[in-house]
Every structure is written in C-alpha cells, then in structure tokens.
Design a binder for this molecule. Structure first.
Ligand SMILES: *Cc1c(COP(=O)(O)O)cnc(C)c1O
Length: 410
C-alpha cells in the first residue's frame, strides 16, 4: 500500500489515507518516529544518502517519516507537487523569503496580512536589502502599479483578517506572471478544503497548521506547498540549513487533524453562515463582514473561488471601543483570544490586540474600526454561541457588565 496513488480520490479520502507508509509492524495508525538520526547499512550507503544519490532518511532536521507523511498528504490536498513542513507558519513564511529573495529584490505584499508577516518583510528582509511595498488586497490595479522591474514576489492572504475581504487569486497570479514574479498565497483561513490557490495560478501556498489543520489549538506548525522546482530545489536546501523543522509529534497531531478537516470545515462554515445572518438582524450591530452575505462586496467572487465561505466573522457594533469591550467582557463561554481555527469559538477586539500596533490613521485606512469585533466560529452548539453573544449584545449598551466565565463559576 506504500506507493498507492491517491491522486484521483476525493479530498476527504486523501486527507484520511494519503501519505502514510505502513512499516513491517503493520500498524493501522501513523506512528511517531521519535528519532533524530538513522542507521546506514554501510559506509557506502551513508555516502550515497549524503550526496543525494540514494533516497532515504539521514537526520530528522530534514528527513523524518512522520513529518514526510504530513508533507505528502498536504501536498496532495493542495494539488502541489511537493510540501515542506516547518516549525510554525511564520517559519514557513520566513523560509519562502530566505529561499527565493536576495538583496536588491522587490516584493509587493497585501496590506491586510498577518502582523508578523508585515514585520518579516519590513524589518527582516528589509534589513538585507529587500524592499516591500504594501497595497490594498482587493485592488488589482494597485498591485500592477506597484510592480517594478526587480519585483520577484507578490504575497497575499485571502480572505483577509479581520475584515474578511477576498482577493481574486487568478487575476493576481496573471499579473505576477506577466511581470516575471511569483505569487505566494497564505491559505490559512480557507485550508485546501475551501480553496486550492495552486489550481488558480498561485506558485506557492503557505500554511499555519496551528489553526484549522490542527483544529483543536494544541500544536504550532507550518508548511509551504508548490512545484518540485521551487520546493525541492529552492526551499528544501534552506530548510536543511535554516533548521526550523516541524517535530514528529506535531506532524502526528496535524496528520490526525487533516483526517477530520473536511467535516470540521463544513460544520465551522455552516455555523458561521448562520451566525453571520443572525448578527445582521441584531439591532446593536451596525455591519457584518462575511463573504457569504449578499451585502459583502466580494460575495460573487467568494462563491466562484471558494467551496464554502469560511468560519471567521467580524462585525461592527453601534458605538466604539467601550461598546466592543463591554460586549466581549460580558460573554461567558467564548474564549477571549486572538487565535482562530479552533473547535472553541474565540472572540477578539482587533483594534486593541492584533492591530493595536498600527497608528490610528493606519487603522482607519485599513478600515478597522474601534467598534469591530472578530469571531472565529467554533463547533459548539450554535444556540449556545448565540445565547452567549446575546448577553453581550444587550450588555454592549449598558455600563459595567463584568465578566464571569462559566469556568470561573464551576
Ligand atoms: C497564525 C497565522 C500565521 C502564522 O502562523 P504561526 O503558526 O502562528 O506561526 C500566518 N498567517 C495567518 C493567516 C495566520 O492566521
């Protein structure tokens, strides 16, 4: 069964069965290979392995069977030729830059990417002579106008955080390729179950496995997926030298996370869609940002590009920061944390947390209001999520609603 070709199977089947190579112990579930190194049959075999003339394990910084199984499975799900796992999503993004950029190169990046991604380009690649311009995610003309003769990479996240805006991947891939650049898509919010950027023309996909791929908030990990030429020839040598390797234990957790990813995403998205519609009907809510709603500016694009609308919903309250904080503080069950993609529903105030380091002007330009609240919809009973929010929505307009969590009162 080891070399079975899962290419023609559905994504649910690939997520459960692809990538595992059964050992002589005939185990059913994927084992954790907790070993740093491997033993060679002879000095000659060791030499052949090290020069790459013979395939096989050498050292777990860059070869480990549990990690390899995760890589093979995610590569297939994203429809890429190769995948490399990393210690975190940020390690994967750093690896893309370290492997593909050099001093004098230029990058065009969406303004609405994960905060540390902005810092990676601005502070770290910038330090070594790579210049980055940031543009509006949903304005292809702005992307094209920002391109220079030395532009090597376009980088985006779709849907964006926290306003859940959608970029047209195919259009931006065409723009990149017309100018001899590569398009990198951060696919954390959608996962390959909702969207496969490589099939839309992207050259590389990056992941934080920490979010939906784990799905239960246990481990930190990341991955890069793409062609043999980019991954094997460029990113792999960097992983081997850079060393931000995924641990076999984490790979084992993510492998089982992938096995339930399709059903979890369906359930996450169903709840989020219903919750978004419900929020839109609440008098205390001024605006809901969710691509499943016909009020969303890129609703039609989201329908074309994604199989479901995702499970992150944000909304603006009538009022400002005080109302938003009061709503958050008066929920009892929802977790106040900026993490997402968990079975537990999380609630956060972007203006004072994830986007708190931006100046008020930059926040205003990005459209992140003080009244904005973001929810990553989990898998609890939807009525319980609504009840918890309803307490918050009615408290949003009253003074001094203290937070008493269910855990506290237990
Ligand atoms: C969390 C996240 C990252 C970074 O991943 P880590 O695993 O936390 O390093 C990158 N992009 C997006 C969209 C994320 O949500």
């Amino acid at each position: 069964m080891s070399e079975f070709d899962w290419q023609d199977f559905g994504p649910e089947t690939q997520a459960i069965r692809a990538g595992q190579r059964r050992t002589h112990e005939d185990e059913h579930s994927m084992p954790i290979f907790a070993t740093s190194s491997y033993v060679f049959q002879s000095a000659e075999q060791a030499a052949l392995r090290f020069t790459g003339q013979q395939a096989g394990n050498i050292y777990s910084r860059f070869t480990n069977p549990t990690v390899a199984a995760f890589q093979a499975r995610l590569a297939l799900l994203e429809q890429g030729e190769r995948c490399l796992a990393f210690a975190s999503g940020m390690a994967a993004i750093m690896a893309v830059g370290m492997a593909l950029l050099k001093a004098g190169d230029h990058v065009v990046c969406s303004r609405s990417v994960f905060g540390n991604t902005v810092l990676a380009f601005q502070n770290y690649f910038g330090k070594f002579g790579v210049e980055t311009d940031f543009v509006a995610l949903t304005d292809p003309a702005a992307w094209e106008a920002a391109i220079k003769p030395n532009t090597r990479l376009l980088f985006l996240e779709t849907p964006s955080n926290p306003l859940i805006e959608i970029a047209d991947i195919r259009v931006l891939a065409d723009i990149a390729h017309r100018h001899g650049a590569l398009l990198v898509v951060d696919n954390v919010f959608c996962t390959p179950i909702l969207q496969k950027p490589l099939l839309l023309g992207a050259d590389l996909v990056v992941h934080s496995a920490t979010k939906y791929i784990d799905g239960q908030g246990r481990c930190v990990g990341g991955a890069v997926v793409g062609s043999e030429a980019l991954i094997e020839k460029q990113v792999y040598p960097y992983l081997r030298t850079g060393g931000a390797t995924m641990s076999p234990f984490n790979a084992w957790v993510f492998l089982s996370g992938l096995e339930t990813l399709a059903v979890r995403m369906q359930a996450h998205c169903d709840r989020a869609f219903e919750l978004a519609q419900w929020l839109e009907s609440q008098p205390a809510v001024a605006k809901v940002h969710y691509p499943g709603l016909s009020s969303h500016a890129q609703h039609e694009l989201a329908k074309r590009q994604q199989t479901h609308f995702g499970a992150v919903v944000s909304f603006e309250l009538r009022g400002g920061k005080d109302e938003a904080w009061r709503l958050i503080d008066s929920t009892r069950m929802l977790s106040i944390t900026a993490n997402l993609g968990d079975v537990k529903t999380t609630i956060t105030h972007p203006a004072t947390t994830t986007h708190g380091r931006l100046s008020p002007e930059a926040r205003a330009e990005a459209g992140i209001k003080d009244s904005l609240v973001r929810i990553s919809v989990g898998l609890e009973n939807l009525d319980d999520i609504k009840t918890d929010l309803l307490a918050g929505l009615s408290a949003a307009n009253v003074e001094n609603a203290g937070r008493a969590t269910i855990a506290d009162s237990a």
